[in-house]
Design a protein around this ligand. Sequence first.
Ligand code: C2O
Ligand code: CU
Length: 471
Amino acid sequence: LHRPISRRHVLRTGAAFTALSALSPARMAMADPTGDPFVLRAASGQAALRPLPYGPTNVWSYSGSVPGPEIRVRQGDRIRVLAQNGLDEGTTIHWHGIRTPNSMDGVPFLTQDPIPVAGEFLYEFDALDAGTFWYHPHQRSSEQVGRGLYGPLIVEEADPIRVDRDLTWMLDDWRMTRAGQLSDDFGNRHDAMHGGRIGNSVTINGEIPERISVQSGERIRLRLINAANARIFGLDFGDFEPVVVALDGQPVTPHAPDGGVVVIGPAMRVDLVIDMTGKPGEAVTVTDVFYEGLEYRLVDLVYGPDRLRDSVPDWSMDLPPNPLAEPDMASAARHQIVFNGGMMGQMMMGSGMGSMMDQMREGNMWFINGEAATGHMMDPLLVLPQGTSHVFEMDNRTAWHHPIHFHGHSFRVIARNGQPTRYREWQDTVLMAPEERVEIAFAADNPGDWMFHCHILEHQAAGMMGVIRVE
Ligand code: C2O
Ligand code: CU
């Protein structure tokens, strides 16, 4: 991670830029909760990922757009979505990060049967938490999500913080051929053993953007969602001073990002408040600096000719907390969770070793406590009595980053490498650096069988998943 040096510049006049047409994905407010459900239809289609004059790319999408329509409701509303399967294979929809009853969690063979070809399934649950969430299939996720099946789910607070604009940027990373089509090499062994399917074309809301216009003096709430299979973003907003106000949909003490860079692993969300403090006519480049030596310009934010206000507003950035059950640290049971596998990793020595070697012969490359779960053989790793509190002491004994996601619950990230975290942030997906140890704490209050997995979708497919049962 490092910051590039020059970031603010005055836009060269006459430069040929195309403006990003969709500042936010197509929005669809929920239908009347008593009326018809909102329909999401998964099917193959086309998307204009690349700017003109390039032609469209063949994708799989929800209701004809990448990302799928933004579902936007108020906290407490009932969400009712009829999922229709227009694909040639089974699918499901998982509601990432928002608490649902287990039967609505969308995990094939665990919480429901796959929705068959030409079939449908009604998802229905109350939006208990406000925040930035998303939806995606949980079946053959590497390919289904990787071909474009995903969309934002935004739950507005009853009393939201004041901003001039509320924008969603759903980030994705595609592996495209020179002809502008998606490379077909989903599920290859090399990606699975390394950092997953890293692509070569990054989109915001389904477009490779050139510039986005902003207004001098305005305050923007920017909801970032990383829908990429594997790419981790580290966004440097140049001269802006973004304030992090929520992580994975859950409010956090407003703070500047570490080192000025907003890091967001696959499946994670970051809500930022940004005051546009530049002058009309200026432009600021947003750069992705996560992978050293591979920094690139994501997009230019270009100030229009008008000025909205002269000073930074003093409006509060504190979001109201969600009604999550607080873990009881005094009684919490502690569990060791060790991640192994991949290229260049140290294997667990001793008794687990031989078993992992056997499992590798069956195509598994990643292990949780020495076990890989592929296919649908998912016996629980742990059984937790409902209402009890738990600490997972997670140990990444691999040479790779892993965004570790737990379904059905948010957890507090309480320590990293033995040091207490500053904000004890609530997350549903925590990014673990190579060799890092992370402790998370949560109250097991949502009964059912819940997936616990790496959200680098190629790691998940190669065994890096398990089930935690709450009963
Ligand atoms: Cu975003 Cu198990 O998923
Ligand atoms: Cu991983």
